[in-house]
Design a binder for this molecule. Structure first.
Ligand SMILES: Nc1ncnc2c1ncn2[C@@H]1O[C@H](COP(=O)(O)OP(=O)(O)OP(=O)(O)O)[C@@H](O)[C@H]1O
Length: 524
């Protein structure tokens, strides 16, 4: 792929504008290391050296960059920010094995090492990974190496969320040309994603134990191992850790790890180049096949068909298959019944949403890895507030550390709230009155029905008052609305309950503790 001079010129003008707008320091820290790789289908592809930098650019500058691009070139509708490794992909699995050289697949970039990244901009600025001046990646570079190879995040309308500019069907003709440049077939393993760096807690202990067992087993135990869980809860981390461990235990075992998206893409390309034999052979000759985010092939019938055969061939030969998805096999809509059923044959292990304790543990581990001095109360605050997923939690931590580095201020609760105000607002959890009633009833061992009943016995009335109080504190409902949810009570009853609980909280420490505990549980 070549980058037209005019694209570089446009980018140079945009950079000039950005520099004026954000100032020299922020520009050198965050924007100078960016380079532009391509403009395909209305989407400009921008390359950054680290994943962290990609997150930062997406959060802070994506809107502005897209607007400037649109002003510069009306063709541009969206931008895509991808991470390109600057080092040769030593962590690559499968295609660093001569036995199965993907170079036999037409267009494969195998063997080109660092050239695998998109063509760099011809500007005189430093190449990605060697930013001039204040280098945000250097603050993390050693502790947090960049995700090798490509990690991509699209941004902008109307194609923002769709991979590859919105290609959604499987027909080879529907694949935009930019796919050509993202064709590295085997995914790289992230050096950070090891078992050592994986914090284990109740929500992920089964998945972790299963992954470890498969990694250390000398014979095939569960086939397939199917890991599933919500967004950003550590599925990919566990998959990489498993692959690393297998390679460590036996470097001769041939492990192929890739996303289902890449599987599909590779299949499409094989069809396009009429080379399905090489494709089949390539997949069927591995010892361990690991497919991440298998839900991606839901609704993609021919890819599913191919995957099904690959899967069967491997399982029949007693080769290990490991799959991850966002749902359990039986809940994978758009997946053929026979495939869903086969996916559930081995061990299915889920990763549950994080608990407060796990989030705090993860934050402590990440803060240690960053060698950043962060007060415990800040970590507790983050663990308490950012409940959505671990990726966001990590992003928040990186943001406060980067901010402290850049402005030369130490991290405090105050600066944390300031820097993360957008994220914190988005994470303000909306607790429902039903949840409150259920939790409080459970806690005091009464029936949920008693929240609505007319019973006045203290054993029932007090918890009901507490639930009303919490409904007032934790939801945006008005007093009459709350009253209605508690068996049609009057708003003055709710007001009285709130006053009573406030009063008891000040006079009875164990009561106050109970209420606080309930509040924390509801918010976590
Ligand atoms: N238990 C954990 N210990 C340490 N880090 C974790 C843990 N769980 C998740 N993470 C971190 O959170 C981030 C997101 O995790 P990961 O990419 O594995 O999520 P995922 O479940 O694959 O998400 P997606 O559904 O988007 O594919 C990673 O940086 C990962 O290292």
């Amino acid at each position: 792929m070549s980058v037209g001079v005019s694209l570089d010129q446009q980018w140079a003008r945009i950079r000039g504008r950005l520099k004026e707008e954000v100032g020299e320091i922020a520009y050198r820290s965050w924007l100078q290391p960016l380079s532009v790789a391509s403009l395909v289908g209305g989407e400009v592809c921008i390359v950054v050296p680290t994943r962290f930098m990609r997150d930062w650019v997406l959060t802070h500058y994506a809107d502005r960059i897209r607007a400037l691009w649109a002003g510069e070139n009306p063709e541009v509708q969206s931008i895509d920010v991808i991470v390109a490794s600057t080092s040769p992909p030593s962590a690559l699995v499968a295609d660093n094995d001569d036995r199965d050289d993907p170079a036999s697949v037409p267009g494969s970039p195998a063997g080109r090492g660092a050239d695998r990244r998109p063509a760099p901009s011809r500007s005189a600025d430093p190449a990605p990974g060697q930013p001039a001046g204040a280098d945000p990646s250097s603050a993390f570079g050693s502790a947090v190496p960049s995700a090798a190879s490509y990690t991509s995040a699209s941004y902008g309308a109307p194609y923002g969320g769709a991979p590859y500019g919105g290609a959604s069907d499987e027909s080879p003709t529907a694949v935009p040309a930019i796919l050509e440049d993202r064709s590295d077939l085997s995914a790289a393993l992230d050096p950070r994603f090891t078992f050592d760096n994986f914090v284990v807690g109740k929500p992920n202990e089964l998945a972790h134990a299963a992954a470890r067992r498969v990694a250390d087993a000398t014979t095939v135990t569960f086939n397939p191992l199917f890991l599933y869980g919500g967004v950003g809860l550590g599925k990919t981390h566990l998959m990489h850790a498993l692959a690393w461990q297998i390679r460590k235990n036996d470097p001769n075992r041939k492990v192929l790890y890739l996303s289902a998206e890449k599987f599909m893409y590779q299949f499409i390309r094989a069809l396009r180049f009429k080379d399905t034999m090489a494709f089949k052979q390539q997949f069927r000759s591995v010892d361990v096949l690991m497919i991440d985010d298998v839900q991606f092939i839901s609704g993609k019938d021919s890819t599913q068909e191919e995957f099904f055969h690959t899967f069967n061939a491997l399982v029949d030969q007693n080769r290990q298959v490991v799959i991850s998805a966002d749902k359990s096999p039986s809940d994978l809509e758009g997946m053929e019944e026979r495939l869903r059923s086969r996916l559930g044959w081995g061990l299915v292990a889920d990763i549950h949403p994080t608990t407060y304790e796990l989030r705090l543990g993860i934050l402590q581990a990440k803060a240690d890895a960053l060698q950043a001095s962060i007060p415990l109360k800040v970590l507790e605050f983050l663990a308490h507030k950012i409940t959505s997923n671990v990726r966001e939690l990590e992003g928040a931590l990186n943001r406060i550390v980067a901010h402290a580095e850049l402005v030369g201020r130490s991290i405090s609760l105050e600066t944390t709230q300031e820097v993360l105000h957008d994220l914190l607002r988005a994470n303000d959890r909306r607790v429902t009155i039903d949840e409150i009633q259920k939790r409080v009833a459970e806690h005091y061992n009464i029936r949920v029905a008693d929240m609505h009943s007319a019973r006045r016995a203290r054993a029932v009335a007090r918890p009901r008052q507490i639930a009303m109080y919490l409904a007032k504190q934790l939801t945006a409902r008005s007093l009459p609305e709350i009253g209605r949810k508690f068996g049609g009570r009057d708003h003055t009853t709710v007001m009285h309950a709130v006053k009573k609980v406030e009063e008891l909280r000040t006079t009875d420490p164990s009561f106050a503790e109970d209420v606080e505990l309930l509040r924390r549980m509801l918010e976590s």
